[in-house]
Design a protein around this ligand. Sequence first.
Ligand code: G
Ligand code: G
Ligand code: MN
Ligand code: NA
Length: 252
Amino acid sequence: IEVLQGVRTALEQGHFHLEYQPVLSLADGRIRGAEALLRWHHPEQGLISPGLFIPTIEDSDLIGPVTEWVACQAVQDLLQLQQLKPGFSISINISGAALHQDSTRDFLTELKQREQVPDNCLNVELTETSMIRHLDDCRQTLKQWKAAGMNIWIDDFGTGYSSLSYLHQLPIDGLKIDRSFIRELKPGSSNSLVATIMTLAESMNLYVVAEGIETADQRDCLARLGSCLGQGFGLHRPMPLSALQQLLEAEN
Ligand code: G
Ligand code: G
Ligand code: MN
Ligand code: NA
């Protein structure tokens, strides 16, 4: 109850902000997009992780408003960033509870259209578990988002203990390989788990992001396995919008 009241106050008083973690093309090292990550700066308790408060608000009527706040802010920032780099894309995380709310589904569709966000530049990240729980509803929601020109990414791919059959049943654009797999990459090994995911993605025409890249060895292993996108503390930590803008300016 304390968390719920706190989140409500944070929404009203503007204590939320977004940070962005760059997503790079590993082949050329250039920044292609970023993942938006929610930050709650509590006036007394300091920074509170979304890993702590998102699960608490999932069963409340606050998950919709928080998701919508994130989407609005991310779209505003995206339009700014595209002035520096046309085609730049941003991903937002959508939790299971928000995925299954009609109001949030329609809010995102209308936001994309109203703000005239170019197609294929606004990605939603969903986990396997959140999609499979209500597969039929999910298919309708994803179809609507796809028709509006949004892209669909599977977050934490490989950790959902699910069959892969849903990949054929849903309009998916890309896979984000969970960082637990990237952590296991070893030079000189066949790294067959990540290799298999990359082959699967290629055969289904899906993009791949390797998440949680921390070391040069991991980056080398990935380069040997093929070309993909990458994200991780070893490339860039999440950062404020202004820092991302400086990075993009330096790249130009
Ligand atoms: O940034 P950090 O490592 O603290 O993120 C912790 C968790 O919170 C991650 O699982 C991440 O996906 C999730 N998260 C970050 N921002 C958002 C958001 O805007 N919405 C949702 N639903 N989850 C988020
Ligand atoms: O669940 P999700 O994949 O959305 O979680 C994203 C979170 O993962 C980000 O908020 C970020 O803080 C964290 N993250 C990003 N890169 C790394 C990394 O290289 N190592 C670790 N341990 N966490 C990372
Ligand atoms: Mn994510
Ligand atoms: Na992830």
